[in-house]
Design a protein around this ligand. Structure first.
Ligand SMILES: Cc1cc2nc3c(=O)[nH]c(=O)nc-3n(C[C@H](O)[C@H](O)[C@H](O)COP(=O)(O)OP(=O)(O)OC[C@H]3O[C@@H](n4cnc5c(N)ncnc54)[C@H](O)[C@@H]3O)c2cc1C
Length: 386
C-alpha cells in the first residue's frame, strides 16, 4: 500500500479524498494486473481502446473531460492510475488533452458533437501540435490552413510525435492561418480520422509502449465550423490547454515515483545481505530518505499548482515548477529503485524496469525541463520588472 498521508493535505477537500480512495480500490482490482501489450501497433491500439472503455465504464473519464476541469481531481486520478498502470494514465490523460481545446473554447455545436463521445469512451481523442521542425519552439509550426472560396479550410503539412496517432477518432490540430506572424497567426481545428487528405504517415515505436504517429495532411478540407475559438487564437488556446494538463504530467510522474519507492521498500526489506537485510544498511536508508523526501517536495509543488488553478488563479510559473520537479525527481527515484533491486531491476517486464522506461518521456513532452526553466525564469523576470 503506498503512502497516502498526502491526501490529508489542506490543498484537498473531502470529495478529493473519497475519489482517491475509490479509484485506488478500482485500479488495484481492474487494471493493476494487466500485462504490457504485445509489440504490435494493433495490440497496442486494442489495449489502449480497452483501457479507455474500462475508464469510461468505471466513471473516471469525467475527471479529464468535465467542465470545468477540477485540476486536483485530474491530478489525483493521474497519480493513482500511473501508480498501477502507466498506459491507463496515458489513455485517461489523452481523452482530456485531446478534447481540452473543444471543452475550453469550442462552439456549442463542436462541444455537442464531440464531448459526449470522448467522455463515454466512444471517441478516442488526440492533440496534434508538434511538427518535425517545431517541438520546443512550437510557435514555429509550418502546417497551413488556407480558407478557400467555399469557406472551408484546407490543411497542408505534417505533425509528428502525436499520441494516439492512428488510434484516435478525433484530432485537435493546430495550423498556421496567417493573421499575424509567429504565435499570433495560428488557429485550431477539429479533424476527424478518415477525412480525405489526412493520413497516418508513420507509426513510431518508443522506449515504452505508447501509440505515437507522424500525421500527413495533403489538401485536407474541413468545414469552417471545425475551427475551435477565433482565427489566430490557436496558440493561446494550446497554451491554456497545456496550462491545465502540464500540472497533471507532474502528478503522473508522482504516481510512477511512488510506485518505484514502494517496490524499493519491499525489496530492501526482504533481501538478505551482509548478515542483515538490504534495508538495514545505512546507505540504503539514505537513499530511501532521499527518495521519499523528493516525492513529498514534488507532491507539494504539484498540489499547490493544482489548488491554485482551481481557485481561479494563473499557474504558469507554478505548473512549470511542478512539472520540472516532479518529472526530474521521478527519474532519480526510479533509477535508485532499479539500483536497489540489482539484476532483478533490469529484467524485462519487472515493475521497476517498466517504470524506468515509462518515466523517460515525461521530461520531454508538454515542454522539456529546459523549457520549464525558461518559463519560470521569464515569469520571475517579468515580476521583477513590474
Ligand atoms: C512520448 C511522447 C508523446 C508525445 N505526444 C505528443 C502529442 O500528443 N502531441 C504533440 O503535439 N506533441 C507530442 N509530443 C512531442 C513533444 O511535445 C516534443 O517532443 C517536445 O515538445 C520537444 O520537442 P522535440 O522533440 O522536437 O525536441 P527539440 O525541440 O528539438 O528539443 C530537444 C531538446 O532541447 C532541449 N531544449 C529545449 N529548449 C531549450 C533551451 N531553451 N535551452 C537549452 N536546451 C533546450 C531540451 O532538452 C529538449 O529535450 C510527444 C513526445 C513524446 C516523446
Amino acid at each position: 500500500m503506498p503512502d497516502r498521508s498526502y491526501l490529508r493535505w489542506p490543498f484537498l477537500d473531502d470529495e478529493h479524498r473519497t475519489l482517491a480512495d475509490d479509484l485506488q480500490a478500482w485500479a488495484a482490482a481492474e487494471i493493476a494486473g494487466l500485462e504490457e501489450p504485445a509489440a504490435s501497433d494493433e495490440a497496442l491500439d486494442a489495449h489502449c481502446r480497452d483501457l479507455v472503455t474500462r475508464l469510461a465504464d468505471g466513471g473516471w473519464l469525467a475527471a479529464a473531460t468535465g467542465e470545468p476541469i477540477d485540476v486536483r481531481t485530474l491530478c489525483l486520478t493521474r497519480e493513482t492510475l500511473a501508480y498501477h498502470h502507466a498506459l491507463a494514465d496515458f489513455a485517461f490523460a489523452m481523452q482530456g488533452l485531446g478534447s481540452g481545446a473543444i471543452s475550453l473554447f469550442g462552439s456549442d455545436d463542436l462541444r455537442l458533437r464531440y464531448l459526449p463521445g470522448v467522455a463515454d469512451g466512444g471517441l478516442v481523442a488526440a492533440f496534434a501540435l508538434s511538427e518535425p521542425e517545431a517541438g520546443s519552439d512550437v510557435a514555429q509550426i509550418a502546417m497551413t490552413a488556407r480558407r478557400d472560396g467555399s469557406g472551408d479550410y484546407v490543411l497542408d503539412g505534417e505533425k509528428t510525435w502525436i499520441s494516439n496517432g492512428g488510434l484516435a477518432d478525433v484530432y485537435t490540430v493546430f495550423a498556421r492561418t496567417g493573421e499575424a506572424p509567429g504565435a499570433r497567426g495560428i488557429s485550431a481545428f477539429v479533424v476527424d480520422a478518415g477525412t480525405p487528405g489526412f493520413e497516418i504517415a508513420e507509426r513510431i515505436e518508443v522506449i515504452a509502449p505508447h501509440p505515437l504517429a507522424r500525421l500527413a495532411f495533403r489538401g485536407c478540407r474541413v468545414p469552417a465550423g471545425s475551427l475551435i475559438g477565433a482565427p489566430g487564437e490557436g496558440f493561446k488556446l494550446a497554451m491554456r490547454t497545456l496550462d491545465v494538463f502540464r500540472t497533471s504530467v507532474a502528478a503522473a510522474a508522482l504516481g510512477l515515483a511512488r510506485r518505484a519507492l514502494a517496490e524499493a521498500l519491499a525489496r530492501a526489506a526482504t533481501r538478505p545481505m551482509f548478515g542483515a537485510t538490504l534495508a538495514d544498511l545505512q546507505i540504503t536508508q539514505s537513499k530511501l530518505a532521499q527518495m521519499a523526501t523528493g516525492i513529498d517536495a514534488a507532491a507539494l509543488l504539484t498540489y499547490r499548482a493544482a489548488w491554485q488553478r482551481d481557485q481561479g488563479g494563473t499557474v504558469t510559473r507554478e505548473a512549470a515548477m511542478a512539472k520540472m520537479t516532479a518529472t526530474e525527481t521521478a527519474q532519480r527515484v526510479i533509477d535508485a529503485a532499479v539500483q536497489m533491486c540489482g539484476a532483478m531491476g533490469v529484467v524485462s517486464g519487472a515493475p521497476v524496469e517498466r517504470l524506468y522506461r515509462e518515466v523517460r518521456a515525461l521530461r520531454i513532452y508538454e515542454g522539456a525541463t529546459e523549457v520549464q526553466e525558461l518559463i519560470i525564469a521569464r515569469e520571475l523576470l517579468k515580476e521583477a520588472k513590474a
